[in-house]
Design a binder for this molecule. Structure first.
Ligand SMILES: [Mg+2]
Length: 310
C-alpha cells in the first residue's frame, strides 16, 4: 500500500492506494522519446491503455522497477541492490513535476448552466431516463447512448442537446477562481489545455467572452471524446510532455476523472456541492487523486503536491 493525499474541502485527507494503482502510477513515470509520439500511436494506446502502443509511447513500462531518476530512486535489479549502500535500497519519493493542466469547460471553467437531467429527460423520455440512470449511477453518457440510435432519431436527439447547449451559452459565466488560477499557471509557465464534450462554437465563445486562451482546446468534434483518454493523450503529444506530468481538472467523475486516469495523468475532481460524497459513487473504478470544492483551492493544492519549477 502507498499512502497518498487527497484534498476534500479545504483539508488534506490521506487515502490509501492499492498496490496495483501504485504500481501503475510508478510505471507511468518512465520517460519516453517524445519525438516518437504520433496520432496513430495515441489512438492505439487509447484503445488499449496497457498495450504495446502505450508502452511505445512510454506511458506504461514493462516493469515497475524502471523510473525517472529525477523523481524516484530505487534499485533496478537484484544485482544493483547488492552493490548499493543499504540506505539506497529504500525507495525515496519526491513531488512529481507538473508541466500541464487540462481543464473541462462546462461546470469547471464555467458556472454550470446546462440542466443535464432535464436534457436527458428530453432526449430519452422519462421512462428510459430512469432506466438508464439506474444502470449508470456515476452519470449518464448521453452522447455514447444515442450513438447506436437510427439516424433520424439520433438527429432529433442532437437537436435537443444543441438547444440545451445554446441556452447554456446565453447564460455563460466564468467560474469563480478560474481567472486567478489561470494567472497562477501562467506565472509558473505551466501549460493550459481544455477538453470538452461541448461543441467548438461554445469553446470559441468561451475564449472570446472571457479573454482566456487554452491550447489545445479539444471539443466534441475531436473523436473519441471523454471519457476516452485519446483527447488528453493528444494534448500531451502536442505539448511533448508525459501524461504523468499533467493533471486533468473537471467536475465529472465519469468523464473528466476517467479520462485523466485512463491517460495516466493525475485527476482532480471539482465537487462544489459534495454530491460525490454520496454512497452511490463509493465503488467507482477510477477515483480522483484530489477533490476540491472550489477552483480557489487548486493553487495551494498544486504547490503542496507538485514540483512546479519550469
Ligand atoms: Mg463538466
Amino acid at each position: 500500500m502507498v499512502l497518498g493525499f487527497g484534498i476534500l474541502g479545504s483539508s488534506a485527507t490521506p487515502f490509501a492506494r492499492s498496490s496495483s494503482e501504485a504500481k501503475a502510477s510508478w510505471c507511468r513515470l518512465i520517460g519516453p522519446d517524445n519525438s516518437k509520439i504520433s496520432n496513430r500511436n495515441i489512438r492505439a494506446a487509447a484503445a488499449a491503455p496497457h498495450s504495446r502502443a502505450m508502452r511505445f509511447l512510454g506511458f506504461v513500462s514493462r516493469s515497475p522497477f524502471v523510473a525517472n531518476p529525477k523523481r524516484l530512486r530505487f534499485p533496478t535489479s537484484s544485482a544493483s541492490m547488492a552493490s548499493l549502500p543499504s540506505a539506497a535500497n529504500f525507495v525515496t519519493l519526491s513531488r512529481p513535476r507538473l508541466r500541464g493542466v487540462v481543464f473541462d469547460m462546462d461546470g469547471t471553467l464555467t458556472v454550470p448552466v446546462i440542466d443535464f437531467p432535464a436534457m436527458y429527460r428530453a432526449v430519452l423520455g422519462e421512462e428510459e431516463y430512469l432506466a438508464v440512470k439506474t444502470k449508470n449511477p456515476s452519470g449518464i453518457d448521453i452522447l455514447h447512448h444515442i450513438e447506436t440510435w437510427r439516424a433520424d432519431k439520433q438527429q432529433k436527439a442532437y437537436e435537443v442537446i444543441a438547444e440545451f447547449e445554446r441556452l447554456g451559452l446565453d447564460r455563460l459565466q466564468i467560474m469563480p477562481g478560474a481567472l486567478e488560477l489561470c494567472s497562477f499557471l501562467d506565472e509558473k509557465k505551466i501549460r493550459r489545455g481544455l477538453i470538452t464534450r461541448n461543441v467548438k462554437e461554445a469553446v470559441d465563445l468561451f475564449h472570446t467572452r472571457f479573454g482566456l486562451k487554452f491550447l489545445p482546446a479539444l471539443s466534441r468534434e475531436f473523436r473519441p471524446y471523454k471519457p476516452d483518454p485519446a483527447p488528453l493523450l493528444s494534448i500531451c503529444s502536442a505539448w511533448g510532455i508525459l501524461p504523468s506530468e499533467v493533471i486533468m481538472i473537471g467536475d465529472s467523475l465519469k468523464d473528466d476523472v476517467a479520462c485523466g486516469k485512463r491517460a495516466g495523468a493525475f485527476a482532480c475532481l471539482l465537487d462544489e456541492t459534495g454530491r460525490y460524497n454520496s454512497p452511490e459513487y463509493a465503488n467507482v473504478e477510477l477515483k480522483p487523486d484530489f477533490t476540491v470544492s472550489s477552483l480557489a483551492q487548486i493553487n495551494s493544492l498544486l504547490e503542496e503536491n507538485f514540483d512546479l519549477s519550469p
